[in-house]
Design a protein around this ligand. Structure first.
Ligand code: CA
Length: 230
């Protein structure tokens, strides 16, 4: 799962990025509305945290531009405390949720988890597929109740696949959702991560679909092909 933080306050931006990375996300950041708008318009984020008060282009205008262009990425707005008009205008502009400043980091993390899983069609914060469980609150993975230790990239890859079970996910889609912008991307490493995950999980959950990518099948449900969900 890959996120974007658009916030001009350097300290808040840095704290958000650190906490989100700690929670297992790949995170890009922007410090003004123009850069933020551009990234959100061109990169396939799983969710975006957007401050309203931004230099160059304010947050509500950024959000309206994305929505006008058909970008459906879930957006969590950072609003001024007590400003009901921020909230009303924010929802009207296409926001999915908001957190007033100053905020508790735990609340931001919980709201982002909820936005990401709802966008992928999941109601529960624990994702289950047969013996495999992934708890998005603790970033923990277990098989038959036994905890599995994963590196951050392995976790991100598995979390993305678990959010999109029943659908074939291409290698390039995985690359776009598990690395941040500055990471030196090499799509071959996706195969390496999948190989390590299979070994660590010890169960045959990740299938290779030749020429298309990977699939975690839902028992009893035929997979949907295609490369939707960007
Ligand atoms: Ca601001």
């Amino acid at each position: 799962m890959r996120l974007l933080v658009v916030e001009d306050d350097k300290d808040i931006n840095r704290q958000l990025v650190a906490a989100l990375e700690q929670a297992g996300y790949a995170v890009d950041s922007a410090f003004d509305g123009e850069d933020g708008w551009f990234l959100g318009d061109t990169e396939p984020y799983d969710a975006i945290i957007l401050d309203i008060g931004l230099p160059k282009k304010d947050g509500l205008s950024v959000l309206e531009s994305w929505r006008k262009a058909g970008r459906k990425t879930p957006v969590l707005l950072l609003t001024a405390r007590g400003s009901w008009s921020d909230k009303v205008h924010g929802f009207d502009a296409g926001a999915d949720d908001y957190v007033p400043k100053p905020f508790h980091m735990e609340e931001v993390l919980a709201r982002i988890r909820a936005l990401v899983r709802r966008a992928a069609g999941h109601a529960s914060s624990e994702l289950v597929c047969g013996p495999l469980r992934l708890d998005t609150r603790s970033s923990r993975v277990s098989v038959d109740g036994n905890p599995i230790r994963l590196t951050s990239h392995e976790y991100r890859l598995l979390a993305y696949m678990m959010h999109h079970t029943g659908r074939v996910v291409s290698r390039s889609e995985l690359v776009e959702h598990i690395y941040d912008q500055d990471f030196d991307r090499d799509s071959n490493t996706v195969e390496v991560f999948v190989g390590r995950l299979r070994k660590k999980l010890g169960v045959d959950v990740i299938q290779t679909v030749r020429g298309l990518g990977y699939l975690i099948a839902v028992p009893g449900v035929p997979p949907s092909g295609g490369l939707a969900g960007r």
